[in-house]
Design a protein around this ligand. Sequence first.
Ligand SMILES: Cc1cc2nc3c(=O)[nH]c(=O)nc-3n(C[C@H](O)[C@H](O)[C@H](O)COP(=O)(O)OP(=O)(O)OC[C@H]3O[C@@H](n4cnc5c(N)ncnc54)[C@H](O)[C@@H]3O)c2cc1C
Length: 403
Amino acid sequence: MYDFTIVGGGIVGLSTGMALSRHYPKAKILILEKEKVWASHQTGHNSGVIHSGIYYKPGSYKARFAREGSQAMVNFCKINNIQHEICGKVIVATKPAELPFLENLFQRGLQNGLNIKKIGPGELKEIEPHVNGLAGIRVANAGIVNYKQVAEVFASIIEKNGGELLLNTKVENIVNKADGIEIESNRGSFRTHFLINCAGLQSDRIAKLEKVETDIKIIPFRGEYYELKPEKRYLVKNLIYPVPDPNFPFLGVHFTRMIDGRVDAGPNAVLSFKREGYFKTDFDLQDFIDIMTYSGFWKIASKYWKNGLEEMVRSFSKTAFVRSLQELIPEISASDLETAPAGVRAQALKSDGTMVDDFHIVSGRNTIHVCNAPSPAATASIQIGNAVVDKISKQFPRAEQLA
Ligand SMILES: Cc1cc2nc3c(=O)[nH]c(=O)nc-3n(C[C@H](O)[C@H](O)[C@H](O)COP(=O)(O)OP(=O)(O)OC[C@H]3O[C@@H](n4cnc5c(N)ncnc54)[C@H](O)[C@@H]3O)c2cc1C
């Protein structure tokens, strides 16, 4: 019988496991991950940016956890010798129509307590010589890291603290009984007093197995990337972002210098017909039916079909993708770019068609479900793990004996 079992070995599940193993050293902790390596999905397919928190609504979990979490992430990397860099970033307005949005973003950043500065075209050129812009914001505290590596270190700490970690173990059913929770998997059954769902792209399905009401469905959005050819990496010094569309939870295609020296361009945001589908042709019948039969999807599709279509065009036409990139760096051309691996984002959608913007954590009976942990959840993972532990201390009296 375990005290705590976590479903999902991405950065959020592993951070939660690490926080539990530190707060409750007497607890028996189990992590179940269906893939053969940690961080196989969102955590292993992202841009690797340590976000500072400029984009997020003041007072939201995203704003607070990004600000505190980025600092916690940097400290964690320093202590554990994980390569990272606080290189800063620029957000660039390239059209007059974007200037009011840039100003709103600047005010938001100030409200979120960040170290930011308005810059004109001259200063922009000094920071990023190949960028063309009317104005920008310099965000000093943004950085880069490899989150897969961070997740692996979280896993090794859990193990060192006595936790059990099982790969290749897919949770298939959950029965919440009076005397504990029975978890059925492809590798047999486990019993636990408390269960935490950190299943990312599958988190709504795990919540459904436990019959907890969330009114949320995960809609997968694939983010496709190109990579600058090595001889063209000089075009990007650090991180270059456009002004995001305020109606969307995604940041727009941007340039990211990765910690290993590569430079990525992307991601776009295309509806994916497979939750864990990294290629354009990937299709899963159940995932497709789930999207097509969800009222929330049709409500949002009727509102934003034009944007969706534009994303599809940008997905299938390299020329259209390059055109978006040229708004930031005019001298870039299609021949400078090669296809790079894609990622899939888990975006929670309500049945009334509202996108869940903030991190969303739901409590059941002796369970907690992390139902929405999109970007910047990798940056904020240490804070999310701590928040889950805090919730557990309030809803699970038995936890006190394990401290
Ligand atoms: C393209 C892209 C770019 C991004 N860029 C950034 C960025 O620059 N900075 C940032 O902070 N964030 C970024 N994000 C967001 C960030 O990567 C995610 O928010 C974060 O990784 C979520 O972690 P997670 O642990 O919740 O999910 P995941 O990493 O997806 O982990 C969930 C795990 O649960 C497992 N699982 C699912 N079902 C089961 C089951 N039944 N049994 C057992 N295991 C199961 C899965 O196999 C998976 O390993 C980006 C995301 C994407 C996709």
